[in-house]
Write a protein that binds this ligand. Structure first.
Ligand code: PCO
Length: 242
């Protein structure tokens, strides 16, 4: 754990900018955008998305959740910052696995639940999860923990990351989700339906890959490689649709 004081909340006008589905070549298999999958879902929310104006860089809202794959946060944030302006949010559990100061400066500060409350005191004050939603062209939740996947599928909203997910303009703005969890959790009977649910909303799900996991198990459940996640996000945001 790397405890950090809550960072100052920047204004959004700042311009700092149930089974293995790994592709045969070992790269992450990508599904989503209403195409079903994750256990036979039949997604329906494949509305067209607007690409960002070409006069500015794409804007990625990176959300980190409580999977050990949050160890990869610095690598993923760097990959995204190479082509996009990045803002970063994290659950409290995610912060067990990386230090915000390890992220590239372009992906700092890391906003967390406390920032939602400190940003708001009275009517008219900014509502952080809404302002972040408005700012972003694409949401990237990587890693998406088993818990946050379940909350997203059910529409639960009890923190900064889950309120962004609940407030997301599904169908109008793309979202890329990269689940990561133990193999048995991925294989749990509840997972396929939850993946199908978020794909039904319109999410692109970058499937976990086979690796030796943090607990020593070997199997599907590791987060797709950061570059694969970054490329999936770049594809959906610059492609202007899914
Ligand atoms: C924990 N869960 C996991 C799933 C996520 N793991 C991963 C990789 C890392 C090492 O390459 C940890 C990034 O295994 O994404 O391990 C209990 S088994």
């Amino acid at each position: 754990l790397h405890p950090t004081p809550p960072p100052a909340v920047p204004t959004l006008s700042d311009t700092h900018s149930c089974g293995a589905e790994t592709a045969p070549d070992g790269r992450a298999a990508v599904k989503g955008g209403g195409g079903g999958g994750g256990g036979g879902g039949t997604g329906t929310a494949a509305a067209a998305t607007q690409p960002p104006p070409t006069s500015r860089r794409p804007r990625v809202l990176l959300a980190l959740t409580g999977s050990v794959a949050s160890l990869k946060a610095p690598e993923l944030a760097s990959a995204l910052a190479a082509w996009a302006d990045v803002r970063t949010i994290a659950t409290e559990s995610a912060l067990h696995f990386f230090a915000p100061s390890d992220l590239p400066p372009a992906a700092q500060p890391v906003l967390r639940d406390a920032d939602e409350w400190s940003a708001w005191a009275a009517r008219g004050d900014p509502v952080l999860h809404i302002d972040l939603r408005r700012w972003a062209d694409v949401l990237v939740v990587a890693p998406l923990s088993a818990h946050t996947l379940a909350k997203a599928a059910a529409g639960l909203a009890d923190g900064l990351v889950s309120t962004v997910l609940r407030a997301w303009e599904w169908g109008a703005k793309p979202a890329v989700l990269a689940p990561a969890m133990n193999t048995a959790m991925w294989a749990h009977p509840c997972t396929a339906g939850q993946v199908a649910a978020v794909e039904g909303f319109g999410a692109v799900v970058v499937r976990p890959i086979v690796k030796t996991l943090a607990c020593g198990d070997e199997g599907v459940g590791a987060m797709a490689e950061p570059l694969s996640v970054s490329e999936a996000a770049r594809g959906v945001v610059l492609g202007g649709g899914r």
